[in-house]
Design a protein around this ligand. Structure first.
Ligand code: GLN
Length: 469
């Protein structure tokens, strides 16, 4: 069975009779078995996926996603299936409903082949903060795949599915995409309903995709996007036909930040590849200019105040009473809360709940939370201002390539810095795509670059990205 890279290839093979849905699913299942050592899947929906495939072979339904075999991150609800956010506190919890995004994909004929690992409650940049243990990068199993949607990226990288869903609060789709050499996309805030996505930082979270191509990225977005009665933050902006991928009809203006390209944490090889990519854009007839962006150093502190504040509030629902883990040793209400949470949450999640509770506490609220909100506004406004003059912002996706397992686990601040180039898109609520641009000259690992556009400019962003590849 050939390794398919786009849905169009799969559908052509289905139409010609060279492929059946059953054989397609069976070959992905074999691949899942062959890559067990990477610890990608926490659950494989083997029988179910095969049955769906057989039904599709028999009835030939007309869905636009016929042949799309997907993996979903363990923070996205799928009715009657377990969902645990990589956390012991939710072990055994079964979802009562499907995320709106999942329902829309299934309605078009997609098959969900399994649930994949991630950092606990999507907190992390290496997929090491999971109750199921770390996922490994298929390019080098001694390396991390990035995070928090690390296993979603490896699932695609290793050919165990055609595309995967992840979630992106500060870079969790784009950074692993860069580490694994696949395409990772985060839409504008509100473009895809968050109903059925386990909440981390509600003002930042978005469902995103990992795929081999911009083509499939655009099609998946087109199907998932749009208003939803279950999520009042889902935008009512009309959903364009993203999958048309219209190329730009005039030369585009692209900016990059001097502060990003000259960033002391940016690896030399990545800097060179990013600048080479800028030349490629110029050669295609567009302009690329360096501009000043004075807030880059404030992005990480702002994000880690706001994301932890929101997380501490969102995670208060895991109290040992309503759902998830309840301590056997609890003897009254207080000890139920305390022991269940102590036993259920991992170290990084506890750290963030404490940080978030601290920045929201009386006496510190104004100094931290209010201040971070104000800085977020500045970053947002300055970003908007840039889009008055430029169509896109070009950035490295991550300052380094994939690091070794265990290398940063004892230094959370070092780990947080991995998000320095991705968080701006979440703070500003804008769409961003990470695209693979080759291998690092020294370590040979995948390198990604990122393009960002103004809010709800996905159509232009995806069309432009597609035209460059
Ligand atoms: N690495 C970032 C964090 O730990 C981003 C995670 C994400 O986007 N979910 O918060």
């Amino acid at each position: 069975m050939p390794a398919f890279r786009t849905l169009a290839e799969v559908q052509a093979a289905l139409r010609s009779g060279a492929l059946t849905m059953e054989s397609l699913v069976a070959s992905y299942l074999e691949r899942i078995e062959a890559t067990r050592h990477l610890n990608i899947y926490v659950e494989v929906f083997e029988q179910e996926a095969l049955e769906q495939a057989r039904r599709q072979d028999a009835a030939k339904p007309a869905g636009r996603l016929l042949g799309m075999v997907l993996a979903i991150k363990d923070v996205i609800c799928y009715k009657d299936h377990e969902v645990t956010a990589g956390s012991n506190i939710l072990r055994g919890f079964r979802s009562l409903f499907s995320a709106t995004a999942v329902e829309r994909l299934l309605a078009e004929g997609a098959i969900i082949i399994g649930r994949v690992n991630c950092d606990e409650f999507a907190m992390g940049s290496s997929n090491e903060n999971s109750c199921y243990g770390p996922t490994r990068n298929a390019a080098d199993p001694e390396r991390v795949p990035g995070g928090s949607s690390g296993a979603s990226a490896v699932a695609v990288q290793a050919g165990t599915c055609l595309a995967a869903l992840g979630s992106d609060t500060g870079g969790s789709v784009r950074q692993p995409a860069a580490f694994c050499g696949v395409t990772g996309f985060k839409p504008s805030y509100g473009r895809i309903s968050r109903h059925g996505l386990i909440a981390y930082g509600s003002s930042l979270d978005q469902i995103g995709t990992l795929a081999h191509s911009v083509e499939d990225t655009a099609l998946l977005l087109e199907i998932m996007a749009g208003p939803d009665a279950y999520d009042s933050t889902a935008s009512v902006e009309p959903v364009p036909a993203y999958s048309r991928l219209a190329p730009p009809d005039r030369p585009m203006r692209v900016a990059y930040f001097r502060t990003a390209i000259e960033h002391p944490h940016l690896d030399e090889g990545i800097r060179a590849l990013t600048l080479r990519f800028a030349d490629r854009i110029r050669q295609a007839g567009h302009t690329v200019e360096a501009i000043d962006f004075e807030y880059l150093d404030y992005i990480i502190p702002t994000y880690y105040v706001l994301a932890t504040a929101e997380a501490s509030s969102n995670l208060s629902r895991y109290d040992g009473v309503r759902f998830g883990h309840r301590s056997q040793a609890a003897h009254d209400l207080n000890s139920t809360y305390k022991r269940s949470r102590t036993e259920g949450f991992g170290a990084e999640v506890k750290r963030r709940i404490m940080l978030g509770t601290f920045v929201l506490s009386s006496g510190y609220y104004d100094a931290y939370y209010t201040k971070a909100q104000q800085v977020r506004r500045l970053i947002h406004d300055r970003t908007k201002e840039i889009f008055q003059q430029y169509d896109f912002i070009l950035m490295p996706a991550a300052p380094t390539t994939a690091w070794r397992l265990g290398e940063k686990i004892s230094d959370p601040v070092e780990m947080y810095l991995a998000d320095v180039f991705t968080v701006q898109a979440n703070l500003a609520g804008i769409p961003a795509i990470a695209l693979p641009i080759g291998q690092h000259p020294e370590d040979g690992l995948p390198v990604g670059v990122q393009l960002m556009a103004d809010a709800f400019q996905e159509e232009a962003l995806l069309g432009f990205a597609h035209s460059l590849f």
